[in-house]
Ligand binder design. Structure first.
Ligand code: NG6
Ligand code: CA
Length: 489
């Protein structure tokens, strides 16, 4: 193999809350995603591709560390001012690629914390993506519904006026006097919240948390797609002549859903559908750029999502009212936050034109496997404590007929885990409500064990735990053993 063939560029495009049924190449008919479909047509479309968790922070932690999220008790949905949860200098996936000679960059959503309990938005930030393996970063700190609503480039807030410093708090008792909030000034809102999201109003939308200052640095949600796409395109253009790894983390279709005006009405599903079309446009821009630069055949492009779908995640944007017959999770049960497959089984596409054996794959693969798989591809041996749960599934990522994992652990919320073995999905008994009342999604908690055969029952309708008591017991012991281990690699 030539050097270039051994070290293809890698781009991971990562949607936020996109479901298994949300793309036209995965069966959606009310949303057309021609660019992602084009990617699928030049690669492998996985039917059993997973995120490690049904929420964002833990899935992203796994993607970047090759570790199951429950090994890190801080890997839960973070506020926007949380300290970083990946140790600076540790052996992350981007760091591994960097050691292998890649230029590494992240554009988009971060949500893994910043600083080390010393966060000052108005100075150089001490711990950022740049300290855990990225040469370049252009990010939002957390989510588009959390303060601070500003972009950060490397260690600094973009366009910050030193005379208008930024303050951030997530405590209502510390909320800033005179700063309008959704709770107290609903008349100022351009979109109402349905639950949570009653803090500081930025761009007519109240967010989670409170911020003051940084007026010039505030983002406009409607131009976010253009800002991030431009940065992603710039990164690949700049590094077209050397191996690069780009992690392009979209903010769509996470709430608040505010598409650029040109995508308004792109679907009949309201803003949730429209921002998916908007994201598809961004995918197309990057794919076109790769073609224009003549590097398509030397670039692996992966598209996936951090967790399953949710319709009402806290704003009145009519996602539920306008859903019609669209099934965001496709045939799967549950969605974001859920122990059922809708929480973690997501669109998962790997393209490398001319090299991958194109097709559809039933191989079981997970996003935290990229670390060991691509380390193997570039002949970078892993250190002992590196990527403790990442499996080398490179053959499955490049060949639609190859086999993937035998076993996988995924989680719902807060380290409640599900064990996947062959076709079986085992959900231990868990305390907690069966439904998330706010989002109207099934969480999957039940006081009894649940066992589903996914090859016969993809919708997890028939719990066969009582008929398969031995299997339940064996799977519980295997899961316990995995939890007791320090590595599954
Ligand atoms: C929840 C938010 C939800 C979303 C989620 C994180 C409320 C009521 N709900 O706490 O809107 O922001 O956190 O989503 O505040 S994630 O995709 O980043 O995990
Ligand atoms: Ca998410």
């Amino acid at each position: 193999m030539s050097e270039a063939a051994k070290k293809p560029n890698i781009i991971i495009m990562y949607a936020d809350d996109l479901g298994y049924g949300d793309l036209s190449c995965y069966g959606a008919t009310d949303i057309q995603t021609p660019n992602i479909d084009r990617l699928a047509a030049s690669g492998i479309k996985f039917h059993q591709g997973y995120a490690t968790a049904a929420t964002c922070t833990p899935s992203r932690f796994s993607l970047l560390t090759g570790s199951y999220p429950w090994r890190n008790p801080r890997a839960n949905i973070l506020p926007g001012d949380a300290p970083i949860i990946i140790d600076p200098g540790s052996a992350t996936f981007p760091e591994r690629m960097r050691k292998g000679g890649y230029k590494t960059g992240i554009v988009g959503k971060w949500h893994l914390g910043l600083g080390q309990n010393d966060l000052n938005w108005n100075a150089d930030i001490s711990a950022t993506p740049n300290d855990v393996g990225f040469d370049y970063s252009y990010i939002m700190a957390a989510t588009n519904d959390r303060v601070p609503c500003v972009y950060l480039e490397n260690r600094n807030v973009v366009d910050l006026d030193p005379n208008d410093p930024i303050e951030v708090t997530y405590k209502w008792e510390e909320a800033y006097e005179g700063v309008p909030t959704g709770r107290h000034n609903p008349e100022l809102l351009s979109m109402n919240y349905s639950h949570g999201h009653d803090g500081t109003i930025v761009n007519g939308v109240s967010r989670i948390g409170h911020m003051r200052g940084g007026e010039k640095a505030l983002w406009t949600d409607e131009t976010m797609v253009d800002v991030f796409t431009e940065k992603a395109v710039d990164f690949v253009t700049q590094h077209k002549d050397e191996p690069f790894f780009l992690y392009y983390a979209f903010h769509q279709p996470h709430v608040p859903r505010l598409p650029a005006p040109r995508f308004k009405g792109a679907t009949n599903l309201g803003p949730r559908g429209d921002v998916i079309v908007e994201m598809d446009w961004a995918v197309g821009e990057l794919l076109n750029k790769l073609e224009e630069l003549g590097i398509s055949d030397n670039t692996i492009v992966i598209f996936s999502s951090d967790n399953g779908p949710v319709l009402d995640d806290g704003y009145e944007d009519q996602a539920e009212a306008l859903k019609g017959t669209h099934k965001a999770a496709g045939p799967l049960r549950g969605g974001k936050y859920s122990l059922f497959d809708g929480g973690t089984r997501v669109p998962f596409i790997v393209s490398w034109p001319g090299t991958v054996n194109v097709g559809e794959s039933d191989a079981l693969v997970c996003q935290h496997d990229f670390h060991a798989s691509f380390a193997a591809m570039i002949d970078q041996p892993l250190e002992d404590n590196e990527a403790p749960d990442s499996a080398n599934v490179l053959s499955a990522l490049l060949d639609a007929s190859a086999k993937g994992r035998d076993e996988l652990v995924v989680e719902g919320i807060r380290a409640k885990t599900v064990f996947r073995q062959g076709d079986w999905a085992y959900i231990p008994p868990y305390e907690g409500p069966a439904m998330n009342e706010h989002t109207n999604t099934e969480l999957g908690n039940a006081p009894y064990p649940q066992l589903y055969n996914l090859s016969l029952d993809i919708g997890q309708i028939t719990n066969v735990a009582e008929m398969e008591t031995d299997r339940v017991q064996e799977m519980q012991s295997s899961l316990d053993a995995i939890h007791a281990s320090t590595s599954t690699r």
